[in-house]
Structure formats: C-alpha cells, structure tokens
Design a protein around this ligand. Structure first.
Ligand code: IPM
Ligand code: MG
Length: 362
C-alpha cells in the first residue's frame, strides 16, 4: 500500500534541506521498492505571510491524512514580533502541530559519528568509546500546555500538569526503546520538589514491573545535567517530562559538537504499544538558521537522518533507514564537510554537493 508523507519545508534553510531530503527519500524508496507519495503544504512564517496563520487548517488536515510528516524548520527574525504572540511560528505552528497530531513522544537520538569526534566540546577520553544516547521527551503535557496560563503586567502564571495516563504512555515508549537498545532506562524528574515529578516517579516505577529486562534508574534533573557532561557514556535511554527534555536534549546534542547532525522523531498514539509503526513527525533539531538561508550551504545531514527515522518508525522500513545512516557515515569518513562540521582550514562543500555524495554512497 502506498504510504503518504506530508512535507512541510517551512522557513529559513527549511526549503533547501527538505529539497535535498526529498531527492534522497525518492532514491531510497526506489532502491528498496517502497511505495510512497509526498505532498507539500505551508507551515511557519511563510504560511503566516500567505494565509495569516502559521498553521493553516489545510496543512493540519494534510498531516492528519498522512502516514508521516517531514518538517524542515519554522521561524526567523521576520516573525519574532508577530502579534499576538500566539501567531509566532514556534508557538502558533509547532506546539499545536504536536498537540493536534497527538505526538506525545519525542525521540532525540544523540549519536556521535566517529569521524566527527573532534567537534565535541568534551575531552576526547570521555567520548573515545562513542556516544549513543536516546532522549525520550514527553511532548504534549507539562508546563508547555497546563492551564491556567495567564499574565497581567505584574504577575504571570504557567501551570505544570501531568496525569497518570500521560506518564504511563511515555514511560512505555522509554522502556520499549531501552529494550531494543542497551536495556537501561534513566527517568529524570525533580521529585525532591515537584508534585508532578513525584507522580512521575511513582508511575514510572509501576510501569517498570512490565519490563523486568530493563534496568531502571532515577536522576534529579539538575544532577542529570551534570552527569551528561561528566560521564555521558553512562546513559542509554533517558525519559523525562516536556521542559526537562527540552533543556537536556539541547545539552546532550551539544556533546556531539554538531547540532547540524541531529534528527528527531515525534511519535503518536501507537508508540509504546508494541505496534510495528506509529504516526510521526520528523525534523532536524537545528532550526531555520536564517543567517545562512538561501545560500546553499546548510548541512542537510540532520534532515537525511530524520528521513531515516521516518522510514524506521512510520514505514517499518528498517533496511532503508540503515542504508541512509550507513551512507551518511561513509560520506563523513571520506572527509566531506559542510561549514558547520568542518575543522578550521578544512575544505567545505554546499548542501547539493553533500547530498550528491550521500546519494552516491547509498
Ligand atoms: C524544541 C524547541 C521548541 C520547544 C520551541 C521552538 C517551541 O526548543 O523543539 O526543542 O521548546 O519544544
Ligand atoms: Mg528545544
């Protein structure tokens, strides 16, 4: 059966990297005899300019009618002062996309390609055995969405709310992911202070009984932030609530030294249920990089790796996913670098040359 993929390229470097990613997707689909169909729609600042809303209803409808969504990036200085602020691309498009599509599980794999080890900000001995962490971030609850949320000139309120079912389902995603990897799950909370965290810890411990093969540990979020830079190789899978996950995933990403390399998957209802595929939204974590937009120099690799995740989680095409990951590794080994991952003095290539090389290496 043909799988439908909604393509939202968005703002800044989004259209350039998504353009390259579509070439890759179609090439891989052909090689692995996958039947796919892609359809593009507007999102972000460009959608705001053209329709008055960063997430037009047609875009949301297309996503809902698809098996997966591939997203470039949204936002840029042009829209930073859009009023009301609820129409800014990040808040007006990204958050409602996550909520409306039920994408509660955000997977951010943090892997270090050996060829890029020098780019890490950590001492070489800390990462000499590589780095392979999966951050599982809860994405549709917590302080991002809790009510009341209000503001006067003198007082502002955000509310952090978690319910037992919300914690249960994300915990299951964490345990299932750990089962497929190193079988260690670290749950991160602030149970010494927050009620939501105390419920979080209680629920995670209860769900753990269903996964006796996974070793569960708990860390307070401040300690976890420290452990990530002190001894990152202790981690296999980290599961945590929305805002802690936002912060820790940026920190973890920086350990690899190359934000431009990291993909992400946001998964919906069937994730964590043992089902073979889940509806998902896939995007590079680096954002719209307005400073280099339109110059053809953006690193397309995080988007390529996001395509790999799309194939793995939403299309059940593991072999195709691995083909992409191997090709990216090979091209990096060969020494090809875009500006963001080059060492000083190294020759750099643009998006097109990088993507030609990956297509060649497939
Ligand atoms: C992320 C981003 C978003 C978030 C912003 C842009 C709303 O930082 O995806 O990590 O906080 O979730
Ligand atoms: Mg973030």
């Amino acid at each position: 059966m043909t799988k439908k993929i909604a393509v939202l390229s968005g703002d800044g470097i989004g259209p350039e990297i998504i353009g390259e990613a579509l070439r890759l997707l179609h090439a891989v689909a052909e090689k692995h005899a996958l039947q796919i169909e892609t359809e593009e729609a507007l999102v972000g600042g460009i959608a705001y300019d053209e329709t008055g809303h960063p997430l037009p209803p047609e875009t949301l409808a297309l996503c809902k009618a698809s098996d997966a969504v591939l997203l470039g990036a949204v936002g840029g200085p042009k829209w930073d002062n859009v009023q009301p602020a609820s129409l800014r691309p990040e808040v007006g498009a990204l958050l409602p996309l996550r909520k409306e599509l039920g994408l509660f599980a955000n997977l951010r794999p943090v892997t270090l390609f050996p060829a890029l080890a020098d780019a890490s900000s950590l001492k070489n001995e800390l990462i000499k055995d590589g780095l392979d962490i999966l951050v599982v971030r809860e994405l549709t609850g917590g302080i991002y969405f809790g009510q009341p949320k209000e503001r006067t000139s003198e007082r502002a309120v955000d509310t952090c709310v978690y319910t037992r079912p919300e914690i249960e389902r994300i915990a299951r995603v964490g345990f299932e992911a750990a089962q497929k990897r190193g079988k260690r799950l670290c749950s991160v909370d602030k149970a010494n202070v927050l009620e939501t965290s105390r419920l979080w810890r209680e629920v995670v411990m209860k769900i753990a009984l269903d996964y006796p093969d996974v070793e569960l540990s708990h860390l307070l979020v401040d300690n976890c932030a420290m452990q990530l830079v002190k001894n990152p190789s202790q981690f296999d899978v980290i599961v945590t609530e929305n805002m802690f996950g936002d912060i820790l995933s940026d920190e973890a990403a920086m350990l690899t030294g190359s934000l431009g390399m990291l993909p992400s998957a946001s998964l919906g209802a069937t994730s964590g249920t043992g089902a073979k595929t889940a509806f998902g939204l896939y995007e590079p974590i680096h954002g719209s990089a307005p400073d280099i937009a339109g110059k053809g120099v953006a690193n397309p690799l995080a988007t390529f790796l996001s395509v790999a995740l799309l194939l793995r989680y939403s299309l059940d095409a593991e072999a195709a996913a691995q083909t992409i990951e191997a090709a990216v590794g090979k091209v990096l080994e060969s020494g090809l670098r875009t500006g963001d991952i080059a060492s000083p003095g190294q020759r750099t290539v643009g998006s097109r040359e990088m993507s030609d090389a990956v297509l060649q290496a497939l």
